[in-house]
Design a protein around this ligand. Structure first.
Ligand code: NAD
Length: 425
């Protein structure tokens, strides 16, 4: 497949056999035979044992491919590791609608992470804060001496900010170390620097440093994506209006915003996991950012443009890495990066944000039209069929009948299965 022909649009991809899907992705991403073996192998137990403690096995998740994504003018197949049905299909459908008007445009800031040092028992916090700032260059130099590799890559500690916070213990100084972590998620890098700075901060201030740790509210490391969703493809003006009416609730009500943002994270987490990144860090950053103005709200926003099409935007912190952590250790994480064809953390962040926007559009679109359950029915019916005891060909047959009868219930499935089996005898 040449680069010119390379497209992520494949009609009926979901109907292909698993073998054919693997063939397609191998050609698309120019995978080697070695790479394709990784599709079928599970995480080697020795590698797993190096990753966490007390290992006694590994845990598998389905890995699906989101299709149709056009991001910053380039086609992507997006690997998604998730246990939730309909997520991959929904993202692919949204991407198909978005590409009519040019797909997703995404940008991100410099990869700046924040490390916090909590300084207590200071006599005069105002003058101690001044002294810390006066020693900024020395403190940054000390921080950078901890990670020569990062500095060689153009990263390293770049700035120092001082905050004075009131607390039940009295005033405390919280120093923020701002570190450019380049292509790493950066937690270890930042934590190491923070720990190294603690003695010098104590000496400068006469206080005691307690916490020295990265902040997951990575609000200096933001990614944005925007897409236009074609109104005709959506079903016309009234559907765009219905969509906007549905969206408004997420912008004003935390009960709805929590579910709305959960839908965004359905997509985001699946890619974060597939690339070996820290999904708890991304989750906490996203939700803290959603509450940055004092009330929890939507991470996306929507409006109509002059043509009546729907415009969707997303903005959130994105602390992802393509080096360090599990991203380097897990063979499937490396394979997924190869499928994406990315080299930098910033490229990954832009794809993640686009996927989150697509996922959110798909959910709100379904909610404001047919409802969310319709899309879930097919796989849900199959799950119920399996729970009822169906095996092999019986599963599809029983699931189809459950959908036709409009009764996707376990007791009904058990009765039907018994009848089907009697009939087959
Ligand atoms: P890391 O320390 O494994 O790798 C980062 C290091 O790789 C850098 O410090 C640098 O020395 C080197 N490097 C080589 N090439 C680089 C490049 N191109 N760009 C940047 N650095 C390069 O990992 P990390 O990213 O510092 O930390 C991530 C891990 O920390 C994750 O596993 C995460 O789960 C964990 N963690 C998270 C938290 C948190 O989120 N609060 C806290 C502690 C640990």
């Amino acid at each position: 497949m040449s680069n010119i022909e390379k497209t992520s649009v494949v009609s009926g991809f979901y109907k292909l056999s698993i073998e054919k899907r693997r063939e397609f992705v191998s050609q698309f991403a120019q995978l080697t035979e070695e790479d394709t073996k990784i599709f079928t192998s599970s995480l080697d137990i020795t590698t797993a044992d190096r990753m966490i403690e007390n290992v006694f096995g590994t845990f598998e998740l389905p890995l699906g491919l989101a299709m149709n994504f056009l991001i910053n003018g380039k086609d992507y197949l997006i690997p998604m590791a998730t246990e939730e049905s309909s997520v991959v299909a929904a993202a692919s459908n949204a991407a198909k609608i978005a590409r009519i008007k040019g797909g997703f445009s995404a940008t991100c800031s410099q990869p700046l992470m924040i490390g916090q040092l909590q300084l207590l028992h200071v006599n005069d916090v105002a003058s101690a804060a001044q002294s810390i700032l006066k020693h900024k260059e020395q403190l940054l130099k000390l921080a950078n001496s901890q990670d020569k590799i990062l500095v060689d890559f153009g990263g390293g500690a770049k700035d120092l900010e001082v905050r004075i916070l009131d607390s039940s213990l009295g005033p405390m100084i919280v120093t923020h170390l701002v570190v450019d972590v380049r292509d790493a998620m950066g937690a270890n890098a930042v934590n190491t620097m923070c720990e190294a700075l603690a003695p010098m901060l104590e000496e400068i201030s006469g206080g005691k440093v307690r916490l020295k740790i990265l902040s997951n509210l990575a609000d200096k490391r933001l990614v944005k994506a925007i897409a236009i969703f074609d109104k005709e493809k959506m079903g016309g003006d009234h559907v765009v209006d219905a969509f906007l009416e549905s969206y408004v609730l997420a912008s004003i009500d935390p009960y709805r915003a929590a579910t709305h943002n959960k839908g965004i994270m359905n997509g985001i987490d699946a890619l974060i996991i597939a690339t070996g990144n820290d999904f708890r860090a991304i989750e906490s950053g996203a939700h803290a950012y959603a509450a940055r103005n004092g009330h929890y709200t939507s991470l996306t926003s929507y409006y109509k443009n002059k043509d009546g099409d729907l415009v969707g935007e997303i903005e959130l912190p994105m602390a992802v890495g393509v080096v360090g952590g599990a991203a380097n250790m897990h063979p499937k994480a490396k394979l997924c990066r190869k499928i994406l064809g990315i080299k930098t953390a910033q490229q990954l962040a832009e794809i993640v944000a686009s996927l989150g926007l697509a996922q959110n559009f798909a959910a709100v679109f379904a909610l404001s039209t047919v409802g969310i359950q319709k899309g879930h029915m097919s796989l849900h019916a199959k799950n119920i069929a399996v729970m009822a005891g169906a095996k092999g060909d019986e599963i599809e047959k029983l699931a189809d009948k459950l959908i036709v009868d409009g009764k996707i219930k376990l007791d009904y499935a058990k009765d039907l299965l018994e009848k089907q089996r009697k009939k087959a005898r």
